[in-house]
Write a new protein. Structure first.
Length: 645
Protein backbone atom coordinates (compact mmCIF):
# COMPACT_ATOMS: atom_id res chain seq x y z
CA UNK A 1 0.00 0.00 0.00
CA UNK A 2 1.25 3.49 -0.84
CA UNK A 3 0.94 5.29 2.48
CA UNK A 4 1.12 8.73 0.91
CA UNK A 5 -2.32 8.02 -0.60
CA UNK A 6 -3.83 7.75 2.88
CA UNK A 7 -4.12 11.55 3.11
CA UNK A 8 -5.47 13.64 0.26
CA UNK A 9 -3.15 16.59 0.98
CA UNK A 10 0.21 15.65 2.57
CA UNK A 11 0.82 19.31 3.40
CA UNK A 12 -1.88 19.04 6.06
CA UNK A 13 0.01 16.54 8.20
CA UNK A 14 3.59 17.05 7.01
CA UNK A 15 4.59 19.92 9.37
CA UNK A 16 3.68 18.01 12.52
CA UNK A 17 5.06 14.76 11.14
CA UNK A 18 8.38 16.39 10.25
CA UNK A 19 8.57 17.73 13.76
CA UNK A 20 7.82 14.25 15.12
CA UNK A 21 10.47 12.64 12.92
CA UNK A 22 13.36 14.99 13.50
CA UNK A 23 12.87 17.01 16.66
CA UNK A 24 10.41 15.55 19.14
CA UNK A 25 11.52 13.48 22.11
CA UNK A 26 7.96 12.29 22.70
CA UNK A 27 6.91 11.28 19.19
CA UNK A 28 5.61 7.94 17.94
CA UNK A 29 8.94 7.50 16.13
CA UNK A 30 10.82 8.04 19.34
CA UNK A 31 12.44 4.76 20.34
CA UNK A 32 10.37 4.51 23.49
CA UNK A 33 7.23 5.42 21.57
CA UNK A 34 7.93 2.87 18.85
CA UNK A 35 8.53 0.10 21.38
CA UNK A 36 5.38 0.96 23.32
CA UNK A 37 3.29 1.19 20.14
CA UNK A 38 4.54 -2.17 18.89
CA UNK A 39 3.97 -3.71 22.30
CA UNK A 40 0.40 -2.39 22.47
CA UNK A 41 -0.53 -3.58 18.97
CA UNK A 42 0.97 -7.04 19.33
CA UNK A 43 -0.39 -7.59 22.82
CA UNK A 44 -3.86 -6.71 21.55
CA UNK A 45 -3.61 -9.19 18.66
CA UNK A 46 -2.03 -11.84 20.86
CA UNK A 47 -4.75 -11.52 23.50
CA UNK A 48 -7.41 -11.95 20.85
CA UNK A 49 -5.74 -15.07 19.47
CA UNK A 50 -5.33 -16.58 22.94
CA UNK A 51 -9.01 -16.06 23.70
CA UNK A 52 -10.30 -17.24 20.30
CA UNK A 53 -7.46 -18.98 18.45
CA UNK A 54 -8.39 -21.42 15.72
CA UNK A 55 -11.94 -21.70 16.97
CA UNK A 56 -12.80 -18.99 14.48
CA UNK A 57 -11.60 -21.19 11.64
CA UNK A 58 -13.10 -24.45 12.89
CA UNK A 59 -16.53 -22.99 13.55
CA UNK A 60 -18.66 -24.62 10.85
CA UNK A 61 -21.41 -22.05 11.10
CA UNK A 62 -19.02 -19.41 9.90
CA UNK A 63 -17.24 -21.04 7.00
CA UNK A 64 -19.38 -24.09 6.03
CA UNK A 65 -21.91 -23.86 3.22
CA UNK A 66 -22.65 -26.65 0.74
CA UNK A 67 -24.41 -24.39 -1.78
CA UNK A 68 -21.44 -22.07 -2.43
CA UNK A 69 -20.15 -21.57 -5.94
CA UNK A 70 -16.81 -23.24 -6.80
CA UNK A 71 -14.95 -19.92 -6.65
CA UNK A 72 -16.34 -19.16 -3.20
CA UNK A 73 -15.47 -22.66 -2.02
CA UNK A 74 -11.92 -22.17 -3.22
CA UNK A 75 -11.87 -18.82 -1.39
CA UNK A 76 -12.97 -20.52 1.85
CA UNK A 77 -10.23 -23.10 1.63
CA UNK A 78 -7.61 -20.50 0.76
CA UNK A 79 -8.79 -18.14 3.50
CA UNK A 80 -8.74 -20.93 6.09
CA UNK A 81 -5.26 -22.01 5.00
CA UNK A 82 -4.01 -18.41 5.08
CA UNK A 83 -5.44 -17.78 8.53
CA UNK A 84 -3.95 -20.98 9.94
CA UNK A 85 -0.48 -20.17 8.59
CA UNK A 86 -0.80 -16.55 9.71
CA UNK A 87 -1.74 -17.55 13.26
CA UNK A 88 1.10 -20.07 13.44
CA UNK A 89 3.59 -17.47 12.18
CA UNK A 90 2.41 -14.97 14.74
CA UNK A 91 2.49 -17.44 17.63
CA UNK A 92 5.98 -18.71 16.79
CA UNK A 93 7.40 -15.17 16.35
CA UNK A 94 8.57 -13.42 19.53
CA UNK A 95 7.03 -10.24 18.14
CA UNK A 96 8.07 -6.93 16.72
CA UNK A 97 8.39 -5.68 20.29
CA UNK A 98 11.73 -7.48 20.58
CA UNK A 99 12.87 -6.02 17.26
CA UNK A 100 12.09 -2.45 18.30
CA UNK A 101 13.34 -2.91 21.83
CA UNK A 102 16.85 -3.78 20.67
CA UNK A 103 17.09 -0.36 19.02
CA UNK A 104 15.98 1.31 22.21
CA UNK A 105 18.83 -0.33 24.09
CA UNK A 106 21.33 1.41 21.80
CA UNK A 107 20.77 4.54 23.86
CA UNK A 108 19.89 7.01 21.09
CA UNK A 109 16.72 9.06 21.74
CA UNK A 110 15.42 9.18 18.16
CA UNK A 111 15.07 6.60 15.41
CA UNK A 112 17.19 7.28 12.36
CA UNK A 113 16.03 6.37 8.88
CA UNK A 114 18.15 3.13 8.72
CA UNK A 115 16.77 2.06 12.11
CA UNK A 116 13.22 2.65 10.95
CA UNK A 117 13.77 0.78 7.68
CA UNK A 118 15.26 -2.19 9.54
CA UNK A 119 12.29 -2.42 11.90
CA UNK A 120 9.82 -2.13 9.02
CA UNK A 121 11.71 -4.77 7.03
CA UNK A 122 11.69 -7.29 9.88
CA UNK A 123 8.06 -6.50 10.50
CA UNK A 124 7.13 -7.29 6.90
CA UNK A 125 9.33 -10.41 6.93
CA UNK A 126 7.58 -11.68 10.05
CA UNK A 127 4.13 -11.65 8.53
CA UNK A 128 5.15 -12.65 4.97
CA UNK A 129 2.83 -10.27 3.17
CA UNK A 130 -0.21 -11.77 4.86
CA UNK A 131 -1.52 -8.35 5.76
CA UNK A 132 -2.55 -7.75 2.17
CA UNK A 133 -4.11 -11.22 1.57
CA UNK A 134 -1.15 -12.08 -0.66
CA UNK A 135 -1.15 -15.71 0.54
CA UNK A 136 -4.84 -16.14 -0.36
CA UNK A 137 -4.29 -14.71 -3.82
CA UNK A 138 -1.35 -17.06 -4.36
CA UNK A 139 -3.37 -20.10 -3.29
CA UNK A 140 -6.23 -19.13 -5.62
CA UNK A 141 -3.87 -18.14 -8.44
CA UNK A 142 -5.58 -14.77 -8.75
CA UNK A 143 -5.05 -11.07 -8.02
CA UNK A 144 -5.09 -9.55 -4.52
CA UNK A 145 -7.73 -6.99 -5.51
CA UNK A 146 -9.99 -9.80 -6.75
CA UNK A 147 -9.55 -11.61 -3.44
CA UNK A 148 -10.44 -8.46 -1.52
CA UNK A 149 -13.49 -7.96 -3.74
CA UNK A 150 -14.67 -11.55 -3.16
CA UNK A 151 -14.17 -11.26 0.59
CA UNK A 152 -16.06 -7.99 0.65
CA UNK A 153 -19.12 -9.70 -0.91
CA UNK A 154 -19.30 -12.41 1.76
CA UNK A 155 -21.18 -11.81 4.96
CA UNK A 156 -18.80 -13.96 7.00
CA UNK A 157 -18.55 -12.89 10.60
CA UNK A 158 -15.16 -14.59 10.84
CA UNK A 159 -13.73 -12.23 8.23
CA UNK A 160 -15.03 -9.17 10.03
CA UNK A 161 -13.71 -10.40 13.37
CA UNK A 162 -10.28 -11.37 12.08
CA UNK A 163 -9.90 -8.17 10.08
CA UNK A 164 -10.97 -5.93 12.95
CA UNK A 165 -8.96 -7.69 15.68
CA UNK A 166 -5.91 -9.05 13.85
CA UNK A 167 -5.32 -7.81 10.35
CA UNK A 168 -6.29 -4.13 10.65
CA UNK A 169 -4.24 -3.36 13.81
CA UNK A 170 -1.15 -4.98 12.33
CA UNK A 171 -1.75 -3.30 8.97
CA UNK A 172 -2.11 0.11 10.63
CA UNK A 173 1.19 -0.28 12.43
CA UNK A 174 2.90 -1.35 9.22
CA UNK A 175 1.45 1.71 7.47
CA UNK A 176 2.74 3.88 10.30
CA UNK A 177 6.26 2.55 9.89
CA UNK A 178 6.07 2.91 6.12
CA UNK A 179 4.78 6.46 6.48
CA UNK A 180 7.86 7.35 8.49
CA UNK A 181 10.12 5.85 5.82
CA UNK A 182 8.28 7.65 3.02
CA UNK A 183 8.55 10.94 4.90
CA UNK A 184 12.27 10.47 5.40
CA UNK A 185 12.67 9.79 1.69
CA UNK A 186 10.52 12.77 0.78
CA UNK A 187 12.45 15.08 3.10
CA UNK A 188 15.84 13.84 1.86
CA UNK A 189 14.70 14.30 -1.71
CA UNK A 190 13.65 17.89 -1.08
CA UNK A 191 17.02 18.66 0.49
CA UNK A 192 18.79 17.74 -2.74
CA UNK A 193 16.55 19.92 -4.92
CA UNK A 194 18.29 22.83 -6.61
CA UNK A 195 16.83 26.30 -7.12
CA UNK A 196 16.53 27.49 -10.69
CA UNK A 197 18.85 30.40 -9.88
CA UNK A 198 21.10 31.47 -7.04
CA UNK A 199 20.66 35.22 -7.47
CA UNK A 200 18.03 37.38 -5.82
CA UNK A 201 17.97 41.09 -6.66
CA UNK A 202 15.39 43.56 -5.44
CA UNK A 203 14.99 47.25 -4.80
CA UNK A 204 13.05 49.40 -2.38
CA UNK A 205 9.63 50.52 -3.47
CA UNK A 206 8.55 54.13 -3.58
CA UNK A 207 6.36 55.46 -0.80
CA UNK A 208 3.52 56.30 -3.16
CA UNK A 209 3.54 52.79 -4.66
CA UNK A 210 3.27 51.19 -1.22
CA UNK A 211 0.43 53.52 -0.26
CA UNK A 212 -1.37 52.77 -3.51
CA UNK A 213 -1.23 49.02 -2.90
CA UNK A 214 -2.42 49.40 0.70
CA UNK A 215 -5.31 51.66 -0.33
CA UNK A 216 -6.31 49.19 -3.03
CA UNK A 217 -6.29 46.36 -0.48
CA UNK A 218 -8.37 48.43 1.95
CA UNK A 219 -10.91 49.39 -0.72
CA UNK A 220 -11.46 45.72 -1.57
CA UNK A 221 -11.98 44.78 2.08
CA UNK A 222 -15.23 44.37 3.99
CA UNK A 223 -14.60 47.41 6.21
CA UNK A 224 -17.25 50.09 6.49
CA UNK A 225 -17.04 53.22 4.36
CA UNK A 226 -16.18 55.30 7.44
CA UNK A 227 -13.25 53.08 8.35
CA UNK A 228 -12.01 52.97 4.74
CA UNK A 229 -12.08 56.76 4.64
CA UNK A 230 -10.26 56.91 7.97
CA UNK A 231 -7.49 54.63 6.70
CA UNK A 232 -7.12 56.71 3.54
CA UNK A 233 -6.82 59.88 5.63
CA UNK A 234 -4.22 58.25 7.88
CA UNK A 235 -2.11 57.26 4.87
CA UNK A 236 -2.37 60.78 3.47
CA UNK A 237 -1.21 62.40 6.70
CA UNK A 238 1.41 59.87 7.82
CA UNK A 239 4.35 58.06 6.23
CA UNK A 240 3.77 54.35 5.73
CA UNK A 241 6.24 53.48 8.48
CA UNK A 242 4.25 55.36 11.12
CA UNK A 243 0.77 54.74 9.71
CA UNK A 244 -0.12 52.07 12.29
CA UNK A 245 0.72 54.42 15.16
CA UNK A 246 -1.09 57.17 13.31
CA UNK A 247 -4.20 55.00 13.06
CA UNK A 248 -4.05 54.23 16.78
CA UNK A 249 -3.78 57.92 17.62
CA UNK A 250 -6.64 58.83 15.30
CA UNK A 251 -8.91 56.17 16.79
CA UNK A 252 -7.94 57.15 20.34
CA UNK A 253 -8.67 60.77 19.52
CA UNK A 254 -12.09 59.94 18.08
CA UNK A 255 -12.94 57.71 21.03
CA UNK A 256 -11.83 60.39 23.49
CA UNK A 257 -14.10 62.84 21.71
CA UNK A 258 -17.01 60.41 22.04
CA UNK A 259 -16.32 60.11 25.76
CA UNK A 260 -16.28 63.89 26.12
CA UNK A 261 -19.57 64.12 24.24
CA UNK A 262 -21.07 61.71 26.77
CA UNK A 263 -20.15 64.00 29.64
CA UNK A 264 -16.95 62.33 30.86
CA UNK A 265 -14.67 64.90 32.50
CA UNK A 266 -11.26 65.30 30.83
CA UNK A 267 -9.47 64.34 34.05
CA UNK A 268 -11.35 61.01 34.15
CA UNK A 269 -11.02 60.02 30.49
CA UNK A 270 -7.69 58.28 31.07
CA UNK A 271 -9.19 56.22 33.89
CA UNK A 272 -12.12 55.22 31.65
CA UNK A 273 -9.75 54.17 28.87
CA UNK A 274 -7.68 52.03 31.24
CA UNK A 275 -10.78 50.33 32.68
CA UNK A 276 -12.11 49.69 29.19
CA UNK A 277 -8.73 48.34 28.08
CA UNK A 278 -8.70 45.86 30.97
CA UNK A 279 -12.22 44.68 30.18
CA UNK A 280 -11.55 44.28 26.46
CA UNK A 281 -8.33 42.40 27.17
CA UNK A 282 -10.03 39.98 29.57
CA UNK A 283 -12.90 39.43 27.15
CA UNK A 284 -10.51 38.76 24.26
CA UNK A 285 -8.77 36.14 26.41
CA UNK A 286 -12.13 34.46 26.90
CA UNK A 287 -12.75 34.58 23.15
CA UNK A 288 -9.48 32.75 22.53
CA UNK A 289 -10.55 29.88 24.79
CA UNK A 290 -14.21 29.93 23.72
CA UNK A 291 -14.45 31.25 20.12
CA UNK A 292 -18.16 30.45 19.94
CA UNK A 293 -18.75 33.12 22.60
CA UNK A 294 -17.64 36.08 20.47
CA UNK A 295 -20.60 36.30 18.10
CA UNK A 296 -23.39 36.36 20.75
CA UNK A 297 -21.44 38.75 22.98
CA UNK A 298 -20.79 41.17 20.12
CA UNK A 299 -24.43 40.91 19.07
CA UNK A 300 -25.52 41.78 22.60
CA UNK A 301 -23.23 44.82 22.69
CA UNK A 302 -24.37 46.03 19.27
CA UNK A 303 -28.04 45.69 20.27
CA UNK A 304 -27.46 47.39 23.61
CA UNK A 305 -28.47 44.38 25.69
CA UNK A 306 -26.80 42.99 28.80
CA UNK A 307 -24.12 40.39 27.87
CA UNK A 308 -24.02 38.89 31.38
CA UNK A 309 -26.78 36.44 30.49
CA UNK A 310 -24.75 35.20 27.53
CA UNK A 311 -21.69 34.86 29.77
CA UNK A 312 -23.57 32.90 32.42
CA UNK A 313 -24.94 30.51 29.81
CA UNK A 314 -21.47 29.86 28.36
CA UNK A 315 -18.77 27.42 29.42
CA UNK A 316 -16.52 30.20 30.69
CA UNK A 317 -15.31 29.33 34.23
CA UNK A 318 -17.19 31.03 37.05
CA UNK A 319 -14.05 32.85 38.25
CA UNK A 320 -13.47 34.37 34.81
CA UNK A 321 -17.15 35.34 34.55
CA UNK A 322 -16.92 37.14 37.89
CA UNK A 323 -13.87 39.07 36.74
CA UNK A 324 -15.63 40.14 33.53
CA UNK A 325 -18.79 41.11 35.40
CA UNK A 326 -16.83 43.15 37.97
CA UNK A 327 -14.90 44.95 35.23
CA UNK A 328 -18.12 45.70 33.36
CA UNK A 329 -19.78 47.09 36.50
CA UNK A 330 -16.69 49.17 37.25
CA UNK A 331 -16.87 50.57 33.74
CA UNK A 332 -20.54 51.48 34.19
CA UNK A 333 -19.71 53.56 37.27
CA UNK A 334 -17.90 56.04 35.02
CA UNK A 335 -21.14 56.65 33.11
CA UNK A 336 -23.48 57.49 35.99
CA UNK A 337 -26.80 58.83 34.78
CA UNK A 338 -26.47 57.14 31.37
CA UNK A 339 -28.21 54.02 30.16
CA UNK A 340 -26.45 50.68 30.05
CA UNK A 341 -27.24 50.48 26.34
CA UNK A 342 -25.04 53.52 25.65
CA UNK A 343 -22.18 51.90 27.58
CA UNK A 344 -22.58 48.68 25.60
CA UNK A 345 -22.52 50.60 22.32
CA UNK A 346 -19.24 52.24 23.36
CA UNK A 347 -17.74 48.84 24.16
CA UNK A 348 -18.88 47.53 20.78
CA UNK A 349 -17.34 50.57 19.11
CA UNK A 350 -14.03 49.87 20.83
CA UNK A 351 -14.06 46.23 19.74
CA UNK A 352 -14.74 47.25 16.14
CA UNK A 353 -11.86 49.74 16.29
CA UNK A 354 -9.55 47.00 17.58
CA UNK A 355 -10.56 44.79 14.65
CA UNK A 356 -9.79 47.65 12.25
CA UNK A 357 -6.34 48.04 13.81
CA UNK A 358 -5.69 44.29 13.59
CA UNK A 359 -6.75 44.23 9.93
CA UNK A 360 -4.63 47.22 8.97
CA UNK A 361 -1.63 45.90 10.91
CA UNK A 362 -1.83 42.66 8.92
CA UNK A 363 -2.07 44.57 5.61
CA UNK A 364 0.81 46.83 6.60
CA UNK A 365 2.94 43.85 7.64
CA UNK A 366 2.31 42.17 4.29
CA UNK A 367 2.55 45.15 1.91
CA UNK A 368 4.51 47.78 3.80
CA UNK A 369 7.83 45.94 3.51
CA UNK A 370 7.42 44.35 0.08
CA UNK A 371 10.29 44.87 -2.33
CA UNK A 372 10.30 45.16 -6.12
CA UNK A 373 11.95 41.96 -7.38
CA UNK A 374 14.41 42.57 -10.22
CA UNK A 375 15.83 39.06 -10.52
CA UNK A 376 14.96 35.93 -8.58
CA UNK A 377 14.57 32.16 -8.91
CA UNK A 378 11.16 31.08 -10.13
CA UNK A 379 10.55 29.51 -6.73
CA UNK A 380 10.59 32.95 -5.03
CA UNK A 381 7.13 34.48 -4.76
CA UNK A 382 7.74 37.59 -2.67
CA UNK A 383 10.50 39.42 -0.79
CA UNK A 384 10.04 41.62 2.27
CA UNK A 385 12.78 43.70 3.87
CA UNK A 386 11.21 43.89 7.32
CA UNK A 387 12.16 46.72 9.65
CA UNK A 388 15.37 47.21 7.68
CA UNK A 389 17.04 44.34 9.53
CA UNK A 390 15.64 41.02 8.29
CA UNK A 391 14.84 39.69 4.85
CA UNK A 392 11.77 37.50 4.43
CA UNK A 393 11.69 35.36 1.30
CA UNK A 394 8.29 33.89 0.48
CA UNK A 395 8.64 30.74 -1.62
CA UNK A 396 6.04 29.47 -4.04
CA UNK A 397 5.10 25.85 -3.35
CA UNK A 398 8.03 25.24 -1.01
CA UNK A 399 7.19 24.99 2.65
CA UNK A 400 9.63 26.45 5.22
CA UNK A 401 9.82 23.27 7.28
CA UNK A 402 11.76 21.67 4.42
CA UNK A 403 14.67 23.88 5.50
CA UNK A 404 14.69 23.09 9.21
CA UNK A 405 18.17 21.62 9.09
CA UNK A 406 19.59 24.41 6.93
CA UNK A 407 21.61 27.42 8.09
CA UNK A 408 20.90 30.22 5.63
CA UNK A 409 23.07 33.30 5.26
CA UNK A 410 22.20 36.25 3.07
CA UNK A 411 24.32 39.27 2.20
CA UNK A 412 22.91 42.58 1.05
CA UNK A 413 25.04 44.75 -1.23
CA UNK A 414 24.36 48.40 -2.01
CA UNK A 415 26.06 50.40 -4.71
CA UNK A 416 28.12 53.46 -3.79
CA UNK A 417 25.49 55.81 -5.22
CA UNK A 418 22.73 54.10 -3.27
CA UNK A 419 24.72 54.61 -0.08
CA UNK A 420 25.46 58.24 -0.98
CA UNK A 421 21.83 58.98 -1.79
CA UNK A 422 20.70 57.60 1.56
CA UNK A 423 23.52 59.02 3.67
CA UNK A 424 21.23 61.27 5.73
CA UNK A 425 17.99 59.40 5.10
CA UNK A 426 17.93 57.92 8.60
CA UNK A 427 17.87 61.40 10.12
CA UNK A 428 14.98 62.41 7.90
CA UNK A 429 13.08 59.20 8.62
CA UNK A 430 13.70 59.47 12.36
CA UNK A 431 12.29 63.00 12.46
CA UNK A 432 9.33 62.14 10.23
CA UNK A 433 8.48 58.78 11.84
CA UNK A 434 8.31 60.41 15.25
CA UNK A 435 5.29 62.60 14.58
CA UNK A 436 5.77 64.35 17.92
CA UNK A 437 9.55 64.62 17.70
CA UNK A 438 9.30 68.41 17.53
CA UNK A 439 7.14 68.35 20.66
CA UNK A 440 9.66 66.11 22.41
CA UNK A 441 12.44 68.54 21.55
CA UNK A 442 10.57 71.62 22.74
CA UNK A 443 9.41 69.91 25.93
CA UNK A 444 12.93 68.74 26.75
CA UNK A 445 14.46 72.19 26.24
CA UNK A 446 11.64 73.91 28.12
CA UNK A 447 11.59 71.54 31.10
CA UNK A 448 15.38 71.36 31.39
CA UNK A 449 15.76 75.16 31.17
CA UNK A 450 13.03 76.04 33.68
CA UNK A 451 14.14 73.31 36.09
CA UNK A 452 17.75 74.48 35.90
CA UNK A 453 16.93 78.17 36.42
CA UNK A 454 14.69 77.49 39.42
CA UNK A 455 17.16 75.02 40.89
CA UNK A 456 20.05 77.50 40.65
CA UNK A 457 17.86 80.23 42.15
CA UNK A 458 16.93 78.14 45.19
CA UNK A 459 20.40 76.59 45.45
CA UNK A 460 22.13 79.98 45.59
CA UNK A 461 19.81 81.22 48.32
CA UNK A 462 20.16 78.03 50.37
CA UNK A 463 23.94 77.93 49.90
CA UNK A 464 24.22 81.57 51.03
CA UNK A 465 22.17 80.83 54.14
CA UNK A 466 24.23 77.75 55.04
CA UNK A 467 27.57 79.48 54.41
CA UNK A 468 27.23 83.10 55.59
CA UNK A 469 24.20 83.37 57.84
CA UNK A 470 24.05 82.30 61.46
CA UNK A 471 20.86 80.70 62.80
CA UNK A 472 19.95 77.97 65.24
CA UNK A 473 20.50 74.43 63.97
CA UNK A 474 22.25 75.49 60.75
CA UNK A 475 24.76 72.65 60.69
CA UNK A 476 22.18 70.07 61.78
CA UNK A 477 19.77 71.10 59.02
CA UNK A 478 22.60 71.01 56.49
CA UNK A 479 23.52 67.50 57.61
CA UNK A 480 19.90 66.45 57.13
CA UNK A 481 20.07 67.84 53.61
CA UNK A 482 23.17 65.81 52.88
CA UNK A 483 21.62 62.70 54.40
CA UNK A 484 18.83 62.80 51.83
CA UNK A 485 21.44 62.17 49.14
CA UNK A 486 21.82 58.65 50.49
CA UNK A 487 18.15 57.87 49.79
CA UNK A 488 17.74 56.26 46.33
CA UNK A 489 15.51 58.29 44.07
CA UNK A 490 13.40 55.23 43.23
CA UNK A 491 12.23 55.09 46.86
CA UNK A 492 10.51 58.45 46.45
CA UNK A 493 8.75 57.61 43.18
CA UNK A 494 5.57 56.29 44.77
CA UNK A 495 5.14 59.08 47.39
CA UNK A 496 5.82 61.75 44.79
CA UNK A 497 3.41 60.09 42.36
CA UNK A 498 0.64 60.01 44.97
CA UNK A 499 1.28 63.65 45.90
CA UNK A 500 1.10 64.86 42.31
CA UNK A 501 -2.05 62.81 41.73
CA UNK A 502 -3.70 64.56 44.69
CA UNK A 503 -2.70 67.93 43.23
CA UNK A 504 -4.07 66.98 39.81
CA UNK A 505 -0.75 67.67 38.11
CA UNK A 506 -0.42 64.36 36.27
CA UNK A 507 0.43 64.59 32.57
CA UNK A 508 1.45 68.25 32.82
CA UNK A 509 4.59 70.39 32.87
CA UNK A 510 4.17 70.95 36.61
CA UNK A 511 4.75 67.24 37.24
CA UNK A 512 8.01 67.42 35.29
CA UNK A 513 9.34 70.63 36.85
CA UNK A 514 8.20 71.12 40.45
CA UNK A 515 9.63 67.92 42.02
CA UNK A 516 13.12 68.71 40.70
CA UNK A 517 13.56 72.45 41.37
CA UNK A 518 15.65 71.70 44.47
CA UNK A 519 18.88 69.71 44.21
CA UNK A 520 20.80 68.91 47.38
CA UNK A 521 23.97 68.24 45.40
CA UNK A 522 23.88 71.66 43.71
CA UNK A 523 23.25 73.32 47.09
CA UNK A 524 26.23 71.44 48.51
CA UNK A 525 28.41 72.34 45.50
CA UNK A 526 27.65 76.07 45.65
CA UNK A 527 27.77 76.20 49.46
CA UNK A 528 31.27 74.72 49.44
CA UNK A 529 32.41 77.42 47.05
CA UNK A 530 30.69 80.17 49.06
CA UNK A 531 32.64 78.96 52.08
CA UNK A 532 35.89 79.89 50.28
CA UNK A 533 34.85 83.55 50.05
CA UNK A 534 36.19 85.41 53.14
CA UNK A 535 33.68 86.47 55.77
CA UNK A 536 35.48 89.83 55.94
CA UNK A 537 34.16 90.60 52.48
CA UNK A 538 30.64 89.99 53.72
CA UNK A 539 31.25 92.18 56.79
CA UNK A 540 32.66 94.98 54.62
CA UNK A 541 29.62 94.87 52.41
CA UNK A 542 27.31 95.09 55.39
CA UNK A 543 29.28 98.12 56.65
CA UNK A 544 28.86 99.76 53.23
CA UNK A 545 25.10 99.32 53.67
CA UNK A 546 24.46 96.55 51.16
CA UNK A 547 21.61 94.20 52.03
CA UNK A 548 21.96 90.44 52.34
CA UNK A 549 19.97 89.98 49.13
CA UNK A 550 22.11 92.50 47.32
CA UNK A 551 25.38 90.97 48.60
CA UNK A 552 24.27 87.54 47.34
CA UNK A 553 23.49 88.62 43.80
CA UNK A 554 25.99 91.47 43.39
CA UNK A 555 29.02 89.91 45.08
CA UNK A 556 28.69 86.20 45.81
CA UNK A 557 27.13 85.06 42.53
CA UNK A 558 29.57 86.95 40.22
CA UNK A 559 32.51 85.57 42.20
CA UNK A 560 31.07 82.06 41.93
CA UNK A 561 30.32 82.06 38.23
CA UNK A 562 32.36 78.88 37.41
CA UNK A 563 30.74 76.75 40.11
CA UNK A 564 27.26 78.04 39.34
CA UNK A 565 27.73 77.23 35.66
CA UNK A 566 29.02 73.79 36.66
CA UNK A 567 25.95 73.15 38.80
CA UNK A 568 23.70 74.46 36.04
CA UNK A 569 25.30 72.19 33.46
CA UNK A 570 25.01 69.11 35.68
CA UNK A 571 21.38 69.92 36.47
CA UNK A 572 20.55 70.64 32.83
CA UNK A 573 22.07 67.35 31.64
CA UNK A 574 20.28 65.40 34.38
CA UNK A 575 16.95 66.95 33.49
CA UNK A 576 17.61 66.46 29.78
CA UNK A 577 18.24 62.73 30.26
CA UNK A 578 15.40 62.08 32.72
CA UNK A 579 13.43 59.03 31.58
CA UNK A 580 11.74 57.03 34.35
CA UNK A 581 9.93 59.92 36.05
CA UNK A 582 8.71 61.34 32.74
CA UNK A 583 7.47 57.90 31.69
CA UNK A 584 5.52 57.49 34.94
CA UNK A 585 3.80 60.87 35.25
CA UNK A 586 2.99 61.53 31.57
CA UNK A 587 0.68 59.75 29.17
CA UNK A 588 0.36 62.03 26.16
CA UNK A 589 3.16 62.87 23.70
CA UNK A 590 2.31 66.58 23.99
CA UNK A 591 4.22 66.83 27.28
CA UNK A 592 6.74 64.00 27.04
CA UNK A 593 10.46 64.57 26.51
CA UNK A 594 13.16 63.16 24.25
CA UNK A 595 14.31 60.14 26.33
CA UNK A 596 10.76 58.76 26.35
CA UNK A 597 10.36 59.70 22.70
CA UNK A 598 13.42 57.64 21.82
CA UNK A 599 11.78 54.58 23.35
CA UNK A 600 9.08 54.71 20.65
CA UNK A 601 11.63 53.31 18.20
CA UNK A 602 11.64 50.07 20.23
CA UNK A 603 8.55 47.87 20.27
CA UNK A 604 7.70 44.27 21.10
CA UNK A 605 8.57 43.26 17.53
CA UNK A 606 12.07 44.75 17.59
CA UNK A 607 14.13 47.94 17.58
CA UNK A 608 14.79 50.22 14.61
CA UNK A 609 18.42 50.76 15.50
CA UNK A 610 19.22 52.99 12.54
CA UNK A 611 16.35 55.36 13.37
CA UNK A 612 17.11 55.17 17.09
CA UNK A 613 20.76 56.09 16.56
CA UNK A 614 19.80 58.99 14.28
CA UNK A 615 17.28 60.28 16.82
CA UNK A 616 19.85 59.87 19.61
CA UNK A 617 22.24 62.04 17.63
CA UNK A 618 19.58 64.75 17.52
CA UNK A 619 19.22 64.54 21.29
CA UNK A 620 22.97 64.78 21.94
CA UNK A 621 23.70 67.80 19.75
CA UNK A 622 22.39 70.50 22.18
CA UNK A 623 24.31 69.01 25.12
CA UNK A 624 27.54 68.85 23.12
CA UNK A 625 27.15 72.45 21.93
CA UNK A 626 26.38 73.63 25.47
CA UNK A 627 29.45 71.90 26.89
CA UNK A 628 31.71 73.34 24.18
CA UNK A 629 30.66 76.87 25.17
CA UNK A 630 30.94 76.46 28.94
CA UNK A 631 33.72 73.88 29.28
CA UNK A 632 36.18 76.49 30.63
CA UNK A 633 33.86 77.42 33.48
CA UNK A 634 32.93 73.77 34.06
CA UNK A 635 36.56 72.76 34.56
CA UNK A 636 37.22 75.77 36.81
CA UNK A 637 34.15 75.04 38.90
CA UNK A 638 35.14 71.42 39.49
CA UNK A 639 38.78 72.29 40.21
CA UNK A 640 38.14 75.18 42.66
CA UNK A 641 35.20 73.80 44.62
CA UNK A 642 36.07 73.36 48.29
CA UNK A 643 39.51 75.04 48.05
CA UNK A 644 40.13 78.05 50.29
CA UNK A 645 42.37 80.96 49.49
Amino acid sequence: MDTMEMVEDPIVYLPSLMNELFFSNHAFLNRVGTVNAADAVLNKVNAYLINNGLKLIEHRALLASESDEPEIARLKVAYKTWLESFVRAFETQKGIYTIANQFFRRGQPLLSRPDLEEIAGKYAQTFSGGLTYEAIATAMNTDIKEVEALLAKQDWAVIRLVDRNIREPLMSFQNLLQLGIDTYQFYDGMQSEQLSSGTLRFQFRKEEDIKRDIVEQVENSSLTKEHKRLLRDVLERHPVGSSVNGLLKELDGLFTTHLSDRGIEPSKIQSVLLTLKDFVGTLNSAFLDYPELKEPIMKAFSEGTDPVGVLNASQVPASQRRVLTDQLNRLKTHFSGQSDASVYSLIHERFVENEVVEYYSEVYSRLGFRMDILEAPKEVKDVRFRSYKSIEIVLDGIEPYWFWDETNQLKVRFTFWEVLQNLFQNYVDAWVMGKYFGNYYFNTVFVATITTLLDILFACMAAFAFSKLNFFGKNFIFMLFLATMMVPGEVLLVPNYITLSKFGWMDSYLALIVPWVVSVFVIFLIRQHFMTIPDELYDAGRIDGISKWGFLWKVMVPLSKPVIITGSLLKFVGSWNSFLWVLIVTKSPQVRTLPVGLSTFSTEVGTLYNKLMAASTFSMIPIIILFLFVQKYFIQGIARTGLKG
